[in-house]
Ligand binder design. Structure first.
Ligand code: NDP
Ligand code: HSE
Length: 436
């Protein structure tokens, strides 16, 4: 059977970055050339690969003759049609992408940090040049999620997006839960296995997940949400004791990205959360990602898969390259993310969630009454009271119904000052239960 793309001029690709993801994109562009050509409506030709250090050895499948250390020259070369940015970080990625878009080249990137901070301006630049800016790999690696939000769910109204979008932190919390490891030991194991970077700050601080949450919220709610709008709390203060206490009450602790549409705007936040152990997200183990989308007509949808790694992420990058190539061959640009709704980001103080509060107390008569009264005075309703230990070493765990963040903060400040309370040992949020 004849290949429909046979005889077409190739579309020429400039690759910026040849690390974990870039080297796999370069390899697959060569190894899968025939299939990609058929699916993209014509050949795709890799014409240059920009790196920092040309002398560094590259994995098999990377053509060393294409390496250059001059990315600025490469992105504006007249024979380049599509620029694939896989350097990461803000600069020089932002300047290189801007130059490429300004020169009329479509751009594919996996750079969540940049899209979450500068996506609005970059989309305007793409639109002004009539080219595409695609970034499926920026959120949840291989999982086809952004296209689903932007295109498949364009006919529906999304109410909520709730997900595990950082593989490193999911691996760490999972190790703490399943093997009883402390945070430091679980992080060291994640580094040993190559899940966490040598500098894992962006992962454990929640910044990586916050960038992804901003991108998800922008697409889901047709508004311009940046990483600065996302309330962010990482996992460094989650202890093995918190995990055990949560487990005893039937919960797992996960770092969740939560994007919710309310009457006043959208609430976007990233923080460790207790979820019921029978919730599907509690069954997401290791470095996997999973995202729940709740849409008005479609109901709940779940997306699951590898959120990181060279090959899985390259799969999403190549999908974008094929989509951009098809658009170019048809003389169109793809659908732009819409920001017509202009919903504001709601401050965290106004967010409504449930809480898990763990207090170190002495197990004596009369201790519980002032504690319960402090919650009641601020309208925070208690759902569960559970005691562990006894005598001088008791823990009182209180799980609330939905309450405002500001009411809970005032309550815990008052509890910390009470004579009966030795310490407020942890305050975590609870998600994933309906009607609370
Ligand atoms: P790496 O650090 O493995 O690779 C970065 C590449 O960029 C290297 O080849 C490096 O060159 C090159 N580079 C760095 N600075 C420059 C510069 N100034 N000029 C030219 N080249 C430069 O990163 P990853 O492959 O892991 O990540 C790439 C992107 O993909 C990032 O945006 C990341 O967030 C995103 N991503 C990564 C995932 C993953 O699992 N790794 C998952 C999802 C998204 P050299 O090799 O010479 O040092
Ligand atoms: N550091 C990220 C993670 C890579 O652990 O999920 C994917 O963006």
């Amino acid at each position: 059977m004849p290949v429909p793309s046979a005889g077409r001029e190739p579309l020429r690709i400039a690759l910026l970055g040849c690390g974990c993801v870039g080297s796999q994109v370069a390899r697959l562009l060569t190894e899968q050339a025939a299939g990609l050509s058929a699916r993209a409506g014509g050949p795709l030709e890799l014409v240059g690969i920009a790196v920092r250090d040309r002398q560094r050895p590259r994995p098999a499948g990377v053509d060393a003759s294409l390496l250059t250390s001059d990315p600025a020259e490469l992105v504006t070369r007249a024979d380049v049609d599509i620029v694939v940015e896989l350097i990461g970080g803000t600069e020089p990625a932002r300047s290189l992408i801007s130059a490429a878009l300004g020169a009329g080249k479509s751009v594919v990137t996996a750079n969540k940090a940049l899209i979450a901070s500068d996506g609005g301006a970059l989309h305007k630049a793409a639109s002004a040049s009539g080219v595409d800016l695609y970034y499926e790999a920026a959120v949840a690696g291989a999982i086809p999620l952004l296209r689903a939000l932007r295109e498949s769910l364009a006919g529906d109204a999304i109410r909520r997006v709730l997900g595990i979008v950082n593989g490193t932190t999911n691996f760490i919390l999972d190790q703490m839960d399943s093997a009883g490891a402390e945070f430091g030991a679980a992080l060291a194991r994640a580094q040993e296995l190559g899940y966490a970077e040598a500098d894992p700050t962006a992962d454990v601080s929640g910044a990586d997940a916050a960038a992804k949450a901003a991108i998800l919220a922008s697409l889901a709610f047709h508004s311009e949400i940046t990483s600065a709008d996302v309330f962010t709390e990482g996992i460094t203060s989650v202890s093995a004791e918190d995990i055990t206490k949560a487990k005893n009450l039937g919960f797992a602790i996960k770092l969740l990205a939560i994007c919710e549409r309310g009457d006043e705007g959208v609430s976007v936040r990233v923080h460790p959360s207790l979820i019921p152990r029978d919730h599907p997200l509690a069954a997401v183990h290791g470095a996997y990602n999973a995202v729940f989308v709740e849409a008005e007509a479609a109901g709940p949808l779940m997306f699951y898969g590898a959120g990181a790694g060279g090959q899985p992420t390259a799969s999403a990058v190549l999908g974008d390259i094929v989509a951009v190539a098809r658009n170019q061959r048809s003389g169109v640009s793809g659908p732009e993310p819409l920001t017509y709704a202009q919903l504001p980001a709601i401050p965290m103080d106004e967010a409504l969630t449930r809480y898990f509060v763990s207090l170190n107390v002495a197990d004596q008569p009369g201790v519980l009454a002032p504690i319960a009264e402090s919650f009641a005075r601020r309208g925070v309703s208690i759902k569960i009271v559970h005691q562990e230990g006894h005598g001088e070493d008791a823990s009182l765990i209180i799980v609330t119904h939905a309450a405002r963040e500001c009411a809970l903060a005032e309550t815990t400040a008052e509890l910390a000052a009470m004579g009966a309370v030795k310490a407020v040992s942890s305050v975590l949020r609870v998600e994933g239960e309906e009607g609370e």
